[in-house]
Design a protein around this ligand. Structure first.
Ligand SMILES: [Zn+2]
Length: 162
């Protein structure tokens, strides 16, 4: 996986908030949560919540140690490069599957769309050419252009996945 940082940022930002992403980016080396909070000018409780979210997704891990003076535990956080890679790959695979599904639909022939979805002729006929979601009339759309765009996008994703 040779995903550069901007690509990684793009992909991760599709799945999490900017704050989560900022926390990951801050972890270029292992850090304590209070240091991350100070660095990002966020409340420690906020940073801990963000870290916990990331931990649930297995994107970060921590080492716990006891402060001998205070008796409190401190947590040293690091990002899990291996899991982040896997996460990105998983995301790309899902995306690729979606794109291929769309492509099949478009190649199927005539497609219709409203403002919320695209359907094939069969589904459009089933609801009398009216979208059950937004109640708009379906309009026939130009599949050829879309097929071309999808094929380009699929190639791009396939390349990224390598
Ligand atoms: Zn609709």
């Amino acid at each position: 996986m040779t995903a550069d940082n901007s690509l990684l940022a793009d992909i991760l930002s599709e799945m999490m908030t900017k704050d989560h992403l900022t926390v990951i980016e801050t972890l270029s080396k292992p850090k304590h949560d209070e240091d991350i909070a100070a660095e990002l000018n966020l409340k420690a409780t906020v940073v801990r919540t963000l870290l916990n979210d990331l931990h649930m997704k297995n994107l970060v891990e921590y080492e716990r140690s006891k402060n001998k003076k205070t008796g409190w535990y401190t947590y040293l956080w690091k990002k899990r490069e291996d899991r982040i890679d896997e996460f990105v790959k998983g995301h790309l695979s899902t995306k690729l599957a979606d794109l291929n599904k769309q492509l099949d639909l478009e190649k199927d022939g005539v497609t219709f769309n409203c403002s919320c979805r695209r359907v094939n002729m069969e589904s459009a006929m089933e609801t009398n050419f009216v979208c059950p979601e937004c109640s708009q009339m379906y309009v026939e759309s130009d599949s050829k252009k879309i097929v071309k765009r999808l094929e380009i996008e699929i190639k791009k994703v396939e390349k990224l996945r390598k």
